[in-house]
Design a protein around this ligand. Structure first.
Ligand SMILES: NC(=O)c1ccc[n+]([C@@H]2O[C@H](COP(=O)([O-])OP(=O)(O)OC[C@H]3O[C@@H](n4cnc5c(N)ncnc54)[C@H](OP(=O)(O)O)[C@@H]3O)[C@@H](O)[C@H]2O)c1
Length: 313
C-alpha cells in the first residue's frame, strides 16, 4: 500500500518544548512532512540533536533538505539566563547563527522565534521597525540571536511573540499555567503581579502563524524579515488568575493584586505590546480567546472535577 509522504518538508527545533510541540503538530496535520528535533526529551518521538554540535546540525539539514526550518529551541527562562549567561548565549546566539548559515546552504526558509522582551516596554505598541532596547540578559541574547540569524541568512524571518500558554506537560512549563495551583487552592491567599501588562498568547495560534508564514513564503520570496504576533487581550498576571478562576467557577477573593514594580528576579518591561498589523496585512493570524484557550489547557490539572457532573447530569 502506498504511503503518502507530503512533498513539503519542515524541520522544527525545540519540538519537545511548549511552542515546538504545537508547531510540529500544526505542520504535521496540514500536509507537511515534519521532522522534530529535541535534546533531553527527544526520545522516542523526535531526532536527538544538540544544537551546539555544528556537525550534527549540518548533517541533519543536508540529509533532510527541509524547505522550512522553525527554530523554537532556546533558553527562555530569564532567571536561568542571568545565572548561566555563557550557556544561554551559546544556544540563543551562536547556535541560532549557525542554524541560519546551514539553512542558507540548502535554501531553506528559517523562522527564528524571538520575544517581546527585546523592547523596554516604555512606549507600546511596538512595530517591527521600532528600536529594541532589552532590559534583561534573556532579551539581550534573543536580540543578538536575531542579528546573528539575519547576518548569516538575509532571507530568514524573525517572529517576535509574547508570553505563551497552551497544552503543558507540567504547570510550571508556562508563566501563565503556573498560576493555576494558587488559583485552585483558595484556602491560602496569593499575591499576584498587577504591574506588568501582558498579552497571553496561545501556542496553537503561534503555530498557525508559523505555518501560514511558511506557506506564504513558498509562493512569494519577498516574505522575509521581522514580524510580530500576539494575542490582543491585555492582562496582568492578577487579571489572568481572575479569568482562570472565572473560567472554572472557582473563587478569586484570595488573590491579591500587587501593583508595585517587582524587585526580585530579572528586570521586565512594563508593557511590550506588539503591533501585529504587518502580518495582519498579509492575511496571516489566528487568535483564540484567552478564557477558552486557558480552560482547555488547564482542564487536565483541575483537582476538583465535581462540578463537571452538574454539567452532564
Ligand atoms: N514561553 C514563553 O512564554 C515565550 C515567550 C516569548 C518567546 N518565547 C520564545 O519561544 C521559543 C520557544 O519557547 P518555549 O517556551 O517553547 O521553550 P521551552 O518549552 O523551554 O523549550 C525549549 C526547547 O529547547 C530545546 N533545547 C534546549 N537546549 C537545547 C540544545 N542544546 N540543543 C537542542 N535543543 C535544545 C529543548 O529540548 P529538550 O527539552 O528536549 O532538551 C526544548 O525543546 C523560544 O525561542 C523562546 O525564546 C517563549
Amino acid at each position: 500500500e502506498d504511503v503518502h509522504i507530503p512533498s513539503r518538508r519542515v524541520l522544527i527545533t525545540g519540538a519537545t518544548g511548549l511552542l515546538g510541540r504545537a508547531v510540529f503538530k500544526e505542520f504535521n496535520e496540514n500536509n507537511w512532512n515534519a521532522v522534530g528535533c529535541g535534546y533531553r526529551r527527544a526520545q522516542p518521538r523526535f531526532e536527538q540533536i544538540n544544537l551546539l554540535d555544528s556537525i550534527a546540525v549540518h548533517d541533519i539539514i543536508h540529509d533532510f533538505q527541509p524547505h522550512v526550518i522553525v527554530h523554537c529551541a532556546a533558553e527562555r527562562r530569564p532567571d536561568v539566563v542571568e545565572s548561566q549567561p555563557d550557556a544561554a548565549s551559546q544556544l540563543n546566539v551562536a547556535a541560532s547563527g549557525n542554524l541560519a548559515k546551514e539553512a542558507a546552504g540548502v535554501g531553506a526558509f528559517l523562522i527564528y522565534i524571538s520575544t517581546d522582551y527585546v523592547f523596554d516596554g516604555t512606549s507600546p505598541p511596538y512595530k517591527e521597525t521600532d528600536v529594541p532596547n532589552p532590559l534583561n540578559l534573556y532579551g539581550k541574547t534573543k536580540l543578538e540571536g536575531e542579528k546573528a540569524v539575519l547576518e548569516n541568512n538575509e532571507d530568514a524571518a524573525v517572529l517576535r511573540i509574547p508570553v505563551l500558554y497552551g497544552d503543558v506537560e507540567r504547570l510550571e512549563e508556562s508563566a501563565v499555567t503556573v498560576m493555576f495551583d494558587k488559583v485552585q487552592f483558595s484556602n491560602k491567599s496569593a499575591n499576584m503581579d498587577h504591574w506588568q501588562q501582558r498579552f497571553p498568547t496561545n501556542v496553537k495560534d503561534v503555530a498557525t502563524v508559523c505555518r501560514q508564514l511558511a506557506e506564504k513564503r513558498m509562493l512569494d520570496p519577498s516574505v522575509k524579515g521581522t514580524f510580530h504576533w500576539s494575542g490582543n487581550e491585555q492582562m496582568t498576571k492578577y487579571e489572568m488568575a481572575c479569568a482562570i478562576a472565572d473560567a472554572f467557577n472557582l473563587p478569586s477573593s484570595h488573590l491579591r493584586p500587587i501593583t508595585d514594580c517587582p524587585v526580585v528576579g530579572a528586570l521586565r518591561p512594563r508593557n511590550a505590546q506588539l503591533d501585529c498589523s504587518k502580518l495582519e496585512m498579509l492575511g496571516i493570524g489566528q487568535r483564540t480567546p484567552f478564557r477558552a484557550g486557558i480552560k482547555e489547557s488547564l482542564w487536565p490539572f483541575l483537582v476538583d472535577k465535581r462540578w463537571r457532573q452538574t454539567v452532564f447530569h
